[in-house]
Structures are given as C-alpha cells and as structure tokens.
Design a protein around this ligand. Structure first.
Ligand code: UDP
Length: 367
C-alpha cells in the first residue's frame, strides 16, 4: 500500500486523555502533527484514551476512544523500575486496536513512551514507528530502544540530538524537531511585562530555580501548567516571599498564549534531559525571549544572544543576570526562528518523509 497519500494510525499517550494536560508536550505535538498530515492529504485514524478531544481543525481525522486506566508514567519511577502494565490498562486496549487497524494501514505511529509498542515492533505485521518523547529515564526502555535501533533504526525518531544522545543508537539518529501552528500564537512586539514559566509542576522541571530568579529580581513569576505534584509546589511557595508566584493554572493554548505573550521573558529550568521543550518554542512564537539552562532540547532551540540566553545548568545567579538582559533581544528574531525551524507544516513533512522512507526499507519480515 505504498501510495503517495498514506493511511496512518496514530496512537496517543496512555498517561491521560488528550486535553487533560497529563501527557505534557506530546498532546500539542500530536495536534499539530495531525493538522499538518491532514493538509498533506493523509488519512488519519487516532486511537486515544476515553475523553480525548481534538480541535476543530483536526476534524477530518477519525478518533477512536479506548477505555482503560491510565498507564503509570516512567518519568516518576526509579531508573531501574520494571515494566508494569495494568491488566485493565488503556495501553493494552490501544495496542490491541492499533495492531488490528494497522493491518489495513500503511503505518502505525506511536507517541507513547512505553515498553509494549517498542517490543512489538519486530514481531508484528504492521509497520510500527516511534517518535520517542523522552530522554532515557528508564533502563529497560533505554535497552529496548537500543535493540530496536540495532535491528531497524528507521523505526525510531527523536525530537532533538541532545535527547537522542541519551540512547545507544546505531548510526545517526532521525531527528525531527517539533511543529507549532503559528496561527495559534500572536506576535507581541513589546516586552516589559512580567517573567513567566510554563510546564508541568513537577521536580524534573525545576520551577524552584525560576522562582529564585524572580525573587532575586524582586519580581513576580507567572506560572502556567498542570499541578502534577502539589506537595512540591507547596514547598517551593513556602521558601520564597509571598506573592512571588502568580499561579495561573492549566490553560488552553489560546488562553496560554494570550497571557504568555505579555511576558518580557520565559524562564526554562529543566533538571532532566528535556526531550524538546514545547513551551520554549511557544514563548518564542509570541516573540517572548527565553532564558534557559543549557541542558537537553532547549539548548538546541535557543540561539543564545539572538532569541534568548542559555546559561550553565542549575546556575541561578547566571540565570538572574541573563534575565535582566532580555531587553537586548529583538523579539521578532524569536518569532522568525519558529517560522523557519518549527512550523507545523514543516514538521509534518519531516514526519511524512521519515515514514515513507521507513516503509520502503523495512528490515522486518511481513505477514
Ligand atoms: N501547556 C498548556 N497549558 C498550560 C501550560 C502548558 O497547554 O497552561 C502545555 C504546553 O503547550 C506544552 C506542554 O504543556 O505543549 C508542556 O510541554 P513541554 O514540552 O514544555 O514539557 P513536558 O510536559 O512534555 O515535559
């Protein structure tokens, strides 16, 4: 079935329904990609947990809801933790349907960071492809990804080179970046607003360092995102002057960008090897410069001195100094970078060519 227009099955993350925010950046990545793939003429069936929603500009995609309990995320487990699949988990339901639908499709594209779909890859008839969404947070995942890379590297793609460098891969990794629909972000030429921070409120995101920067500057920090770890949030709040954190909650993209674009800078403080860093690019799409630790994806997304500043990881003093210099950044440069390097249609074309190449060179036996 190697036609120009592909019949694709996309499998969503089993961590939470699409729209819950629990899936982190994967949720927005999928929405952007579906829109881009549809506009390239591909036929999309999305398998996603019950409750998942797609925006109206993705209505040409068929969505099939799968019941079952959420899969525990790898990112909050020990690196040596074993694989756990709940018997009534949504992961099993998603892959039962994916394997069935995959027989009538050109390819199945997986967005979950899970053992099962990767293990299945050389063992089943449908061509399974995996856009890996995290660094190597689990030993068992790291080993499995390395094994798949050895048997057929074309089945794997990553968001950034820094993310890919966490894995032992055979040959050059396929690095696809990510994609954002620029129509959803309004450019704000004027800086001068408060500092902002966005992301899941969880230890690997290092919110405490951004709050420390705001406190050192006697400023307020607007914070958006899913409250994943309330205890952690409470602890941060108790360590800084009252009012330093301005909690804004988890907002839709439209609301998020309307507040984010007023900021003079976004602070980005990853404590882990961030695979990409959607919020970095969303801020830049609005013209907001980003001051980030030079760690993981953000280190590849920010052109230090042009679209923001990169500072040594965990160096709060350097970040405070850089945050006071964001007035030197031309906000148009930030928007231009996103237009040129991270548009949703460019991303969809890169994904399309990865899949087309993969299905034409597959190393696994069919049927
Ligand atoms: N986000 C959102 N509303 C908010 C705050 C964040 O929709 O109020 C989304 C944001 O658009 C981004 C995701 O949360 O897509 C966070 O993704 P990122 O890649 O920055 O980090 P991850 O959570 O995947 O580690």
């Amino acid at each position: 079935m190697k036609t120009t227009s592909l019949k694709l099955v996309l499998v969503s993350t089993p961590i939470g329904y699409l729209g819950s925010g629990k899936g982190g950046g994967v949720e927005l990545t999928m929405r952007s990609l579906i829109k881009g793939l549809l506009s390239l003429g591909h036929k999309i069936t999305l398998l996603a947990p019950q409750g998942s929603v797609l925006p109206s500009d993705c209505s040409a995609a068929e969505i099939r809801h799968v019941p079952g309990i959420d899969q525990p995320s790898w990112q909050h487990q020990e690196v040596s933790a074993p694989v756990v699949i709940p018997p009534d988990g949504v992961l099993l339901g998603l892959w039962e349907q994916a394997l069935e639908l995959g027989k009538e499709s050109d390819a199945v594209l997986n967005f979950s960071y899970d053992w099962l779909p990767i293990w299945l890859t050389p063992r089943v008839e449908p061509d399974l492809f995996h856009l890996i969404s995290m660094g190597a947070v689990s030993q068992v995942m790291k080993t499995l990804i390395s094994e798949l890379s050895k048997s057929d590297p074309s089945r794997l793609a990553f968001h950034t080179y820094r993310q890919a460098s966490d894995y032992e891969l055979f040959g050059e990794p396929v690095v696809l970046g990510n994609g954002f629909d620029l129509n959803h972000y309004d450019f704000q030429p004027l800086g001068g607003g408060p500092l902002g921070w966005a992301g899941r409120v969880a230890p690997e995101k290092g919110l405490e360092d951004a709050v420390a920067v705001a406190a050192a500057l006697g400023d307020r920090l607007l914070v958006w995102g899913v409250m994943e770890d309330p205890e952690y949030a409470k602890k941060i709040e108790s360590n800084f002057p009252p009012g330093t954190i301005d909690w804004r909650g988890f907002l839709s993209t439209a609301e998020l960008q309307s507040q984010l674009r007023t900021c003079r800078a976004l602070l980005n403080t990853p404590k882990w090897n961030e695979a990409y860093g959607n919020v970095v690019v969303e801020a830049m799409a609005c013209g907001v410069p980003v001051v980030a630790y030079d760690r993981g994806g953000p280190g590849e997304l920010i052109n230090s001195g042009f679209t923001g500043w990169l500072v040594p990881p965990d160096d709060v003093v350097a970040m405070t100094e850089a945050a006071s210099q964001v007035g030197m950044i031309d906000r148009k440069e930030c928007r231009n970078w996103v237009e040129n390097s991270a548009s949703h249609d460019g991303f969809a074309r890169r994904v399309e060519s990865w899949i087309k190449k993969g299905i034409s060179t597959t190393k696994f036996p069919k049927g």
